[in-house]
Design a protein. Structure first.
Length: 283
């Protein structure tokens, strides 16, 4: 249980760090690039991936797709947190779990019970309620958390495809994906510096390094939690989602004083209910 708690804390901390960048003019892409430098190094020294086992038959198309999607979604994640807050962004990210669930039903022919169907039916209206805004609707940038939901859901499906398509250890695949993501972000940073004349900022590098530590910690402790609960992976999956939803909401509400309407609170309640139904459906 300790590993699961640490993974939840690391995940919420990433959101807090992105929220903190609002206090200074920053280049988000520099923060994301620094994050992948640190995450890649920590991945290598922690897991010691065996690069000699990599073959041309590895699912490179999936690796490249995830490697491009990850930094792109980090950009949307950071922007969503800045404009929509931690509560709404974390909830959108956690509700993305229903995309791989739908994929399992529609494409992998997994049997669905009443609880799973009820959870899906509740999840979608919960998102609508959570992202709605009673006033200043023209400034309601709901597209950012919606993209976060869709993107992370697609990534979950692609990670499942990796497990099916190759015999490579997951940690080796993760190292390769981090490497591709780093390459993409470094090209974006080079474009900023060379074309837009935006200088490297030490604060961006510092924040990015901290994000990298907690981003990697989230993955490391998440994997260790799965090892500890090897016979009951749904406990980790559901516990992670509920934990981030609850703690992220508390941080957003009480530390950053994010404002939620009664409609938004109703959406948050339905989101938690949907995840609870998923937990029950695994029993």
């Amino acid at each position: 249980m300790l590993f699961l708690i640490l993974s939840i804390i690391c995940s919420v901390t990433v959101g807090v760090l992105f929220k903190a960048t609002r206090s200074f003019t920053s280049s988000t892409i520099q923060i994301i690039a620094s994050n992948y430098v640190v995450a890649l190094l920590l991945c290598y020294f922690s897991f010691r991936p065996d690069l000699s086992v990599i073959e041309t038959e590895a699912p490179w198309k999936i690796y490249v797709t995830i490697g491009i999607l990850l930094p792109s979604l980090f950009l949307f994640l950071a922007t969503s947190i800045k404009y929509m807050g931690i509560v709404k962004t974390d909830t959108a990210q956690r509700l993305s779990l229903f995309i791989p669930i739908l994929a399992a039903w529609l494409f992998f022919k997994e049997d669905f019970n009443t609880y799973k169907i009820a959870a899906i039916l509740i999840a979608f209206p919960s998102l609508v309620l959570l992202l709605s805004k009673e006033s200043d609707n023209s400034k309601n940038k709901w597209g950012y958390p919606a993209t976060v939901l869709l993107g992370f859901g697609i990534i979950d499906v692609l990670f499942k495809q990796i497990a099916i398509a190759t015999d490579l250890p997951f940690t080796t695949s993760l190292f390769l994906i981090f490497g591709i993501a780093l390459t993409v972000t470094l090209l974006a940073v080079a474009y900023e510096i060379g074309i837009k004349k935006i200088k490297l900022n030490f604060k961006n590098i510092l924040f990015g390094s901290l994000v990298g530590v907690f981003n990697f910690g989230n993955i490391l402790f998440y994997l260790k939690a799965h090892q500890a609960f090897a016979k009951n992976p749904s406990t980790v999956f559901a516990g992670m989602n509920m934990g981030v939803l609850i703690i992220g909401s508390l941080v957003g509400l009480f530390i950053f004083k994010e404002k939620l309407s009664k409609i938004n609170f109703a959406g948050l309640f339905l989101a938690l209910l949907a995840v609870v139904l998923i937990v029950i459906s695994q029993n």
